[in-house]
Design a protein around this ligand. Structure first.
Ligand code: GTP
Ligand code: MG
Length: 148
């Protein structure tokens, strides 16, 4: 079964939107496979967004993602990667359709509430990164679920 990595960004956590975001994925019918509250260190944030390293907004993006705790989640289901991207909406919340998370809940690209993997390969990679050997990736003694 396909799995994706969904992360509620610091603005979403600070604004109290954790329940709202989780509820949308639950109601759609996807299955939660792992969850933790996590303060992402700078090096892991840079690794996560490494494809955007050359962009002018990259330093601001890393400051944003490391500015407070995020909620890291694994979700699985048929076609979950593409479906999650639809539920989340366009990168710029002003262009995101009403009914999507960003379309309903945000106005700024640099404060767009949630991340979703853009391919099944990246879903696996991003969840794998999170379940690595780092001590902070363990919650209550249980390792964050690794696919397969
Ligand atoms: P993610 O799910 O977070 O990966 O967003 P995305 O796939 O919709 O967009 P992309 O991967 O291209 O960019 C990653 C993140 O960088 C975005 O979600 C934004 O938070 C941020 N970002 C992208 N473009 C801009 C920009 O032009 N300005 C600023 N300030 N941030 C940007
Ligand atoms: Mg992306």
């Amino acid at each position: 079964v396909e799995e994706t990595y969904i992360m509620i960004k610091p603005d979403g956590v600070q604004r109290g939107l954790v329940g709202e975001v989780i509820s949308r994925f639950e109601k759609k019918g996807f299955k939660l496979t792992g969850l933790k509250l996590f303060h992402c260190p700078k090096d892991l944030a840079e690794e996560h967004y490494k494809d955007l390293k050359s962009k002018s907004f990259f330093p601001k993006l890393i400051d944003y993602i490391t500015s407070g705790p995020v909620v890291c989640m694994g979700w699985e289901g048929i076609g979950v990667v593409a479906s999650a991207r639809k539920l989340i909406g366009a990168t710029n919340p002003l262009q995101a359709e009403p009914g999507t998370i960003r379309g309903d809940l945000a106005v700024q690209t640099g404060r767009n509430v949630v991340h979703g993997s853009d391919s099944p390969e990246n879903g696996k990679r991003e969840i794998g990164k999170l379940s690595g050997s780092r001590k902070e990736n363990y919650v209550n003694g249980h390792q964050f679920k690794h696919p397969g």
